[in-house]
Design a protein around this ligand. Structure first.
Ligand SMILES: [Zn+2]
Length: 190
């Protein structure tokens, strides 16, 4: 490692991820009628401000909302609509990301618009990718750069100091990957 966290995707893999997102999100949102909006919220199990508001349907999946447009029916990612309804912002060049890591969640308080690479990196850091081949946890994840031994060593350092940037350089992973370890969001099984 030369001290700089280099690109963490090989190009073929990154292409797969980008294609996946492009498929769902390259177009701006279609115009939503009042009826569409009402129908949209009828699919969302709203809870308290901090709860996950899950989309009805297959669990563990992103909600998809069908909208009639002059060009025909379109499926739109539900969390994108939620962000738009809460903020008025629709940016097809960015991804609707979850702070809660719960794909069906449509609570706008748990959503943010990230750049494509931020979202891919975020998913990667959490050991969660939109293609099944990399779903495995920790070391079993073929793309994991860290070993269980590394994670234990990192935790030990973090007990004494909060030198996340330095650790990220040392181990060649992102700052976020280290902070997720610190916060117990990843590698919980170690
Ligand atoms: Zn949530």
């Amino acid at each position: 490692m030369d001290g700089i966290a280099g690109p963490r995707f090989d190009s073929e893999h990154l292409h797969l991820v980008q294609t996946h997102y492009k498929h769902m999100q390259a177009l701006p949102l279609p115009e939503l009628t009042k009826r569409d909006i009402k129908r949209f919220w009828s699919h969302v199990a709203k809870g308290n401000v901090d709860d996950c508001w899950e989309w009805s349907g297959k669990s563990g999946h992103y909600g998809r909302f069908k909208v009639n447009t002059p060009e025909g029916k379109r499926l739109v990612q539900a969390n994108r609509i939620s962000i738009f309804l809460a903020t008025g912002v629709d940016d097809p060049s960015r991804d609707a990301c979850h702070t809660c890591d719960n794909p069906p969640c449509c609570n706008p308080n748990h959503l943010w618009l990230g750049s494509r690479s931020e979202n891919s990196q975020d998913a990667f850091d959490k050991g969660r990718m939109p293609i099944p081949v990399v779903r495995a946890k920790g070391e079993q994840n073929g793309f994991a750069k860290l070993t269980e031994k590394d994670v234990k060593a990192i935790r030990k350092v973090l007990e004494k100091s909060n030198c996340i940037t330095q650790l990220s350089r040392e181990y060649g992973v992102s700052v976020r990957a280290i902070s997720l370890i610190r916060d117990g969001e990843t590698w919980r099984h170690v």
